[in-house]
Write a protein that binds this ligand. Sequence first.
Ligand SMILES: [Zn+2]
Ligand SMILES: [Zn+2]
Length: 259
Amino acid sequence: MIRKYRKPVHIAMNSLYYIPEQYEEIADIVKQCMKIGFDSFILADPALILYLRQKGISCKIHLSGEVGEMNREAIKVFQKMEIGRIIFHRKNTVASMRQMIEAVNAEKLEFEAFALNELCQFTGAFCNSLHCDEMGYLCRTTYWGDAEMEERMEQVRKRTLEIEEQQEQQYLCGKSGCALCALPQLEAAGITHLKLVGRGNYVEDMIRDIRNLKAALGVLEENQREEKETGRYIDQLNKKIFDGQPCGNNCIYNPGQFL
Ligand SMILES: [Zn+2]
Ligand SMILES: [Zn+2]
């Protein structure tokens, strides 16, 4: 399929840690995968990365967003392990991503940010909820962050039920996490790749997500050609993807802006 569709495929083994016996086993799996043409891996365990490098395995490594906290010093440490790409976790602000990218000033390094779906009450790393296909999870409940929490609990419960019913019934782009509205800022910050989360979603919805992300990138490109103006981009994005409405209230980089 890789050859047929000519798309790069990266293999994720992004547990935060493994038991000692597994390191050797994983190194073998990585070597076997490399033999049949997979050369890039998404990893989250620094010990595993170090182990692979010490074994002389020269695969490309993308540092998973699951790693958690990220800052310029952390990036420098991982650069020494010859990381090819940093995937920022969901709670990095655009401003902090920009600062980190500017500070490490590395031409060869790629930077990836979340673009659609799967917000997390935590950063995505060390999540105390579950992100799995079999059960509903806490991280899909609506976000509330003010002091009137108590009074709002009943409202939230109702709203959550409504949203869950909606989610079952109808597709809504970015309903569980949207960064389409932040694409101009992400690009300006130096982000080179975007992550669209598809795990656990219906195939039809994934196809629509991919089409919408591509359409949003098209709108961005068109607007850039003339002049870089976020307002114009947002207007056209809303027209093209959100039926003239602003994007949902689950924006990854502008939390709560439409509440
Ligand atoms: Zn979570
Ligand atoms: Zn948005």
